[in-house]
Design a protein around this ligand. Structure first.
Ligand code: UGA
Length: 437
């Protein structure tokens, strides 16, 4: 099929490349000239495992191109809307200006029978509003909502082999003409057995925000248990292992630590609360306020634990933060708890050095006042304490004996509960985890 992908960020660039991989002719459209230039020469503008290799493989096929020119959407059958919906400044609600301007800019190029497919995470009701704009311009075009569930760090495989496909169509019916077209777009994952659900527009929009809210709730639940475990002298990792063996609960997303961050979970639960308020259903989501509060409390708790680890004062202490990205295998630092903790420690008088395998350039743009050191050995040398805040494999695999020879004081706080505490203690380290005695 002939496909356009509007917005080439973390979602759109991966989606465009994966659509071409599935055999479609794809044009990716973005206003950012640098991003388009990078993608056009098969360079990923951000770190995402497998993306650059995919872009390179696709170069020879001629099935994938990138442009800043919206008129190149003309002649395509399916237009995916993949622009960002960040949190509005000073408010909880989502900023829909990118979605609105993408669709408005696309309108003149929409042709009879085209499909406009929203993938961005939007407040419920947005798709209906956009569908009116589209049908005023071209009555035979269809607006559908097809939320994306990819995880950064696994974006390519999540897009090529999704858990499920959700199609939100105007009448919620399997017989809607858009269903056949989307089935053709996704024929490869469907043939591989990916479940596909057809819903109405508001249900499809809500599926995405409900899924992210559930994940956020699961993380905050285990972090609340971590608070309790600390108070009671219990171990939250063993607790998670034990409750996770119940199939109804499951062990995934029960890792206590410094809390969730990134460009999705934090802003999505806030936008969901804001939208519920507009709909007069705010009571239904007041629990998300607590989910958010537990999450934010993790950051101050880690600062406090670090102070305890450093003999009750942060002043002048040389602290090395291992990890800046909001999660491993990503260079994304949006709302990264690791960076936020690093900045708070620095404000409280510590001398902070941050290291990360991929995210330092983005981190330095966001927090220029912090000191960054790409070389792990140099970063930990003469440290008074180490904080493991993003669980990259290179930090999980650190040898406590080797690293001990570099630091001034062998003290470590494992903010992700991924290190073997016995091993580190046996090597002479003062070791703190989260929610562990
Ligand atoms: C999240 C969802 O998982 C995706 O399904 C969704 O498509 C995406 O948002 C989106 O809306 O676009 P992502 O933001 O890439 O994906 O990251 P997650 O893997 O969900 O992790 C989010 C945060 O939770 C990270 O900071 C991670 O470190 C933290 N986390 C995760 C925990 O603290 N504990 C856990 O057990 C799991």
């Amino acid at each position: 099929m002939r496909v356009s992908v509007i917005g080439c960020g973390y979602l759109g660039a991966v989606h465009a490349a994966c659509m071409a991989k599935l055999g479609h002719d794809v044009v990716g459209i973005d206003l950012d000239e640098r991003k388009v230039a990078a993608l056009s020469s098969a360079k990923a503008p951000f770190y995402e495992p497998g993306l650059e290799e995919l872009l390179q493989d696709l170069q020879e096929t001629g099935r994938l191109s990138f442009t800043t020119d919206m008129s190149e959407a003309s002649g395509q059958d399916v237009h995916f809307i993949c622009v960002g919906t960040p949190q509005k400044k000073g408010e909880n609600a989502a900023d829909l200006s990118y979605v609105n301007s993408a669709v408005t800019a696309l309108l003149p190029f929409i042709e009879p029978g085209n499909l406009i497919v929203g993938k961005s995470t939007v407040p419920v009701g947005t798709a209906f509003h956009l569908s009116k704009l589209v049908s005023e311009r071209e009555p035979s075009a269809h607006t559908v909502w097809n939320p994306e569930f990819l995880r950064e760090g696994h974006a390519v495989s999540d897009t090529l082999n999704p858990d499920r496909l959700v199609y939100g169509v105007a009448d919620g019916s399997e017989d809607h003409p858009a269903v056949t077209i989307l089935d053709e777009v996704y024929s490869t994952p469907l043939a591989a057995g990916t479940p596909r659900l057809v819903t109405d527009l508001p249900t499809a929009e809500l599926v995405k925000t409900a899924a992210n809210s559930f994940l956020a709730t699961k993380i905050s639940f285990i972090n609340a248990m971590a608070e309790l475990c600390e108070a009671a002298g219990a171990d939250v990792t063993r607790l998670a292992d034990a409750i996770g063996l119940d199939d109804r609960i499951g062990r995934k997303f029960l890792n206590a630590g410094i809390g969730f961050g990134g460009g999705c979970l934090p802003k999505d639960i806030r936008a969901f609360m804001a939208r519920a308020g507009e709909l007069g259903a705010d009571q239904a989501l007041t629990f998300l306020r607590e989910v958010d509060a537990i999450n934010m409390r993790r950051r101050s708790r880690v600062v406090e634990l670090t102070r305890q680890l450093c003999d009750d004062t942060l002043l002048g202490k040389r602290i090395t933060v291992l990890g800046a990205a909001f999660k491993p295998e990503s260079d994304d630092v949006r709302d990264s708890p690791a960076l936020s903790i690093a900045a708070q420690l620095q404000l409280q008088g510590a001398v902070v050095t941050v290291t990360d395998p991929k995210a330092l350039a983005n981190a330095a743009m966001r927090f220029p006042e912090l000191q960054y050191e790409p070389d792990l050995e140099a970063a930990v040398t003469k440290a008074d304490a180490l904080l493991l805040l993003t669980e990259w494999n290179s930090y999980r695999d650190l040898d406590p004996h080797e690293i001990r020879t570099l630091v001034t004081s062998p003290r470590i706080l494992d903010g992700r509960n991924v290190l073997d505490s016995e091993k580190w203690r046996a090597a002479g380290w003062t070791f703190r985890g989260i929610g562990r005695a």
